[in-house]
Design a protein around this ligand. Structure first.
Ligand code: 3PY
Length: 254
C-alpha cells in the first residue's frame, strides 16, 4: 500500500523524471519500466486507454523500478473511483481551474468522513479483492492527488488551489497553457516559459510539489532549477517516432 511516489515528492534532491505513456500497451510499458525513469504515467486523457488497458499496464509495471501514475480523463468522481479500485494511487487530473474543483477532487479520492469515495472493497483490486480492514484504514493516506494547472484561469487561481488540503502537487501543462495564452502549439514561447517558471516557483514556495511536462531538455533543466520536483521528459509515442525517423534518415543519408 505504501506509495513511494508520494513519499519521494516530500523529499528533496534531484527532480524525479518520468515519461507519459500513450501507446496503451503493457509490453511497451513493461519495457520502459526498466529504462531508469523514476515514474511513468499512463495517459487516460489523451491516450486511447480504457479501464482494461490501464489495468493491463498497471499489472505490467507492478513490482518494477518505476512509480506509476495515471492521468484520468476528467473530474468525474465515478470514473476516479474506478481508477482507485483497480489500484491507482497517484492520480493526475487535467484542467483544474479553481479551488472548488480541487476540493471536489480531494473529496473524490478519500473515504468518508474525509471524502466521498464509495466503498466497494470486495470488488476492488486495490484492496486485494477482499476488503481488508487495513486497506480501508490506510488507503486515504497513501493517495497522491496531483491537479493539473494548464490555463490562464488556473494560474490566476493558483494561490487558492495551493491552499486546498488534500492536494499533494500541482502539475503545469505547458501545451494547454500556451493555447490558453494565445500561443497554440508553442509551449516554449518565451511568454509561456516565463509563466511556467513563475508558477513552478510559486508552487515550490507553497510547500506542495511542482510537476511539469517538457519535451526539450533545456526546458526540463530550467524547470528543475525553478523547483520542479517531478518532470515528464515527453512521451513514449514521441520517443518511438523520433528514433524511428532518425534511423531512417541516418541510413538514407549515410
Ligand atoms: C500540456 O502540456 O498541456 C500537458 O497536458 C502535458 O501533456
Amino acid at each position: 500500500l505504501h506509495n513511494s511516489f508520494k513519499a519521494a515528492l516530500r523529499g528533496d534532491g534531484m527532480p524525479r523524471i518520468g515519461l507519459f505513456l500513450g501507446l496503451c500497451n503493457p509490453d511497451s510499458a513493461e519495457l520502459l519500466g526498466g529504462t531508469g525513469f523514476d515514474w511513468l504515467l499512463i495517459d487516460g486523457e489523451h491516450g486511447p486507454n480504457d479501464l482494461r488497458t490501464i489495468l493491463a499496464q498497471l499489472r505490467a509495471l507492478q513490482g518494477g523500478q518505476a512509480d506509476v501514475l495515471v492521468r484520468v480523463v476528467d473530474h468525474d468522481p465515478a470514473r476516479i473511483k474506478q481508477m482507485l479500485d483497480i489500484g491507482v494511487q497517484s492520480l493526475l487530473v487535467p484542467m483544474v481551474e479553481s479551488a472548488e474543483q480541487a476540493r471536489a477532487l480531494a473529496l473524490a479520492v478519500r473515504y468518508p468522513p474525509a471524502g466521498v469515495r464509495g466503498v466497494g472493497t470486495a470488488m476492488a483490486r486495490a484492496a486485494r479483492w477482499n476488503g481488508v480492514p487495513d486497506y480501508l484504514r490506510r488507503a486515504d493516506g497513501e493517495i497522491c492527488l496531483i491537479v493539473q494547472a494548464e490555463s490562464r484561469a488556473a494560474l490566476e487561481a493558483l494561490d487558492d488551489i495551493l491552499a486546498v488540503e488534500g492536494v499533494d502537487a500541482v502539475f503545469i501543462g505547458p501545451s494547454d497553457l500556451a493555447a490558453s495564452m494565445g500561443h497554440l502549439g508553442r509551449p516554449d514561447h518565451p511568454e509561456v516559459r516565463t509563466a511556467v517558471l513563475g508558477a513552478i516557483e510559486k508552487i515550490a514556495r507553497s510547500g506542495k510539489a511542482a510537476g511539469v511536462f517538457a519535451t526539450r531538455l533545456d526546458a526540463a533543466r530550467a524547470y528543475g532549477q525553478a523547483g520542479a520536483r517531478f518532470i515528464a521528459l515527453g512521451t513514449d509515442t514521441l520517443l518511438l517516432r523520433q528514433s524511428a525517423t532518425s534511423l531512417v534518415l541516418a541510413f538514407r543519408e549515410g
